[in-house]
Design a protein around this ligand. Sequence first.
Ligand code: UDX
Length: 433
Amino acid sequence: MKISVVGCGYLGAVHASSLAKLGHDVVGVDIDQAKVDLLASAQAPFYEPGLPELLGETLATGALAFTTDLSRVRGAVVHFIAVGTPQQENSNAVDLRAVESAFDAIIPHLTAGDVVVGKSTVPVGTAQRLAARIEAVGAHVVWNPEFLREGYAVKDTISPDRLVYGVRPGDDHAVAVLDEVYASVLAQDIPRVVTDFATAELVKVAANAFLATKISFINAMAEVAEVTGADVTQLADAIGYDQRIGRKFLNAGLGFGGGCLPKDIRGFMARASELGAGDALNFLGEVDAINLRRRERMVDLCREVLGGTIEGARIAVLGLAFKPDSDDVRDSPALDVAARLAELGGRVRATDPQAIETSRRVRPGLDYVATAKEAARDADVVLVLTEWREYRDIDPDEFGSVVAVRAILDGRNCLDPVQWREAGWTYRALGRP
Ligand code: UDX
């Protein structure tokens, strides 16, 4: 099938190359020439395991191409819109300008019967509004939210947990076309939910709101654990054995960040308020607040371990990305804590396996070094703020010879306290005695 993907950021680049891998003929369109040039030479503009290989393979067979020329979507029968929907600068609401202009720009290139598929995360009600414009030229609209996780984006696209199609009631044509697009996904017995526009839009933000709530729930338990001497990691194991609860997304620590969870819960609250249902989501304000309090707590813990003052202390920060296997530092708790410690006069030396360049763009003033050992040289305290495998595998004995003081703060509960304490380290973590 001939398919276009408009918007080649994180979502669009992965989606376009995955569809090409699934056997389609795909053109990816973006307004950013530099991004298009990178993608066309099989380089991902961000770190995502497996993506450069997938780009290389599908570009080489001719199944995939990238361009800035929107008219090249002509001839495609399905057009995915995968542009960004960031948080507005001065409010919690979602900035829809890119989605609006992508839908408007594609209209002159559509043929009756084409299907325009929205993938971006939008406030409920958006699809209904945009569909009216598309339907005026005889084309169809589907809202088909994306649930991919960074670090697993290719796998989550080719083998998702479910597919959701939001369509006009009775639009069998749109459903049949999308079934053809996803034929090899559906062949893996992946559940498919066909619903209306509003439900499809809500599924996405509801899923992210639930995940954020689960993380903040366990971080709230960590706060209580800290004043009672309890251990939140054992608590999470014990409640996680209850199959109704489950252990996933119950890792207490510095909390959630990234380009989705924080902005999605805020946008969801803003939209519910506009619709007169703000009270229903007041709890998400608490979820957000609990999440942000963990960063304060980390700074306080650091001050405590340093004997009451951060100023002048040599602080090693391991991890800057919002999570491992990503170079993304959007709303990253790790980078936020590193920056606050520096603002408080700490002599912070920070490192990350992938996110130094992205961090430098946001926080140019920090001192970045290439390796954990360099960051830790002569340090008074070491903070692990993103749980990269290579930090979890550090040998405490060997690492101890580099630092000035053997003190480690585990911001992600990813290290073994027994092993570190046996090697003579002061080990402190969030939510643990
Ligand atoms: C998320 C959703 O998982 C995905 O379905 C959606 O499409 C986009 O948003 P992503 O932003 O890639 O994906 O990150 P995710 O793996 O969900 O992690 C989000 C944040 O929560 C990270 O900062 C992570 O460190 C944190 N987290 C996750 C915890 O603090 N504890 C946990 O137990 C799990």
